[in-house]
Design a protein around this ligand. Sequence first.
Ligand code: PA5
Length: 433
Amino acid sequence: MKTITFDWSACGIPEAQIQTLLKQTEPEFARIQKAATTGYEDARASLNLAQDKIMLHNVRAMVAEKKRLKPNALLHIGIGGSNLGVIAIQEALLGRVLPKGMHILYADTVDSPSTSRIAAALEARLRRGEKIIIHLVSKSGSTTESIANFAFYVRLLKRYDKHYQSSIVITSDDDSKLTEYAHKQGYSCLSIPGKVGGRYSALSPVGLFPLGLLGIRIDELLAGAAHMRNLCLKSLDNPAARSAIFQHAQDMQGKVISDLFLFSSDLESLGKWYRQMLAESIGKEHDTSGKKVNVGITPTVSIGSTDLHSIGQLFLGGPKDEITTFVHVLKQKPAISIPKDTALEQLVPHATGKNMQVIMDAIYGGVMIAFKQHERPYVQVHLPEISAHVLGQFMQWKMIEIMYLGALFNVNPYDQPNVEAYKTETKKILAQG
Ligand code: PA5
């Protein structure tokens, strides 16, 4: 099995101190272990998705049912935790532009220019008699953007598809009003289990249904997540606890920015998925006792080598308020060789006649040395390859890391009360006409 490996040697915290801090994570380690035995009743419920065979069976049955309609495009409607994980996995495994097979489009915000472009693309397909599946995801069932988008696109579907109900799948909480509505309309439903919260739901039907429809090995995603889950449950000294300790201890030293620097363009949306995980889970006004604390780590996302030419100068020369988690892919596919060109070699020696990965690895190695020379703390995460299994490992690692971070900052990493404030105020403004 190909597994992620970690290198903590440049994290800026001596190993003896890491061992002491690990002991302090014991209570959360115990809570995580307990949650792993209690199904979906604990807020850490996302831990248990990886081994839920019934959920996988239900999703596969829905994928098979909708495939029988022979669709060639899928519109995924949802925002925040309801779509970031899907985009992350799709782009990592299939790239941003799908060359062939099923197409997927996303509707998250209510932005007129992009909505009209998506609608035009869908309408062209519908006019040609093609089938389109709409997947609406909302855990609460009450997010303004998602419901508004759904109303808009269902009207479009109805115009061309007499049997449009069979082309709609709604994924929500079993007890939401949206699920009740979906049943009444005769739409297919999938459920987001119990206390699995929005941003922890990528490995639930939220992500598994659309990704399964795209032909991605969802069983492999879950197998990867199960591997990481078991690794983190086995020992107090595990990669999720270490990563949380790294970020928390450095934040206490004034390093309030945490950059996820991914050396693969296809992983940019994975970075954005994690940006939400860290920002929404740890950025809190109050701690668990209700005391006003205004804590948080500011997550940023960078892509190597592209962003070395934009953000690199700041990270190496600017204020020492930032830490980095580098993600390096050991084997990028396909292998691409650059032809030897002696004239171009005069401009940049050694830049031609090599495999592209050799150049990327040299740049990556150079960055590691430069960060060390400039005393910028970092952790290295080596992905053996980009596959469903490895992505499952990565996402489960980060979800468990956030659980530890919640405990270290003494905040609730499962709610987002200040986001709810904007949602409530928006509804009041809309009610005024
Ligand atoms: O993590 C969360 O809970 C949020 O980011 C939600 O996913 C987001 O606000 C969308 O909410 P819902 O799925 O209820 O429409």
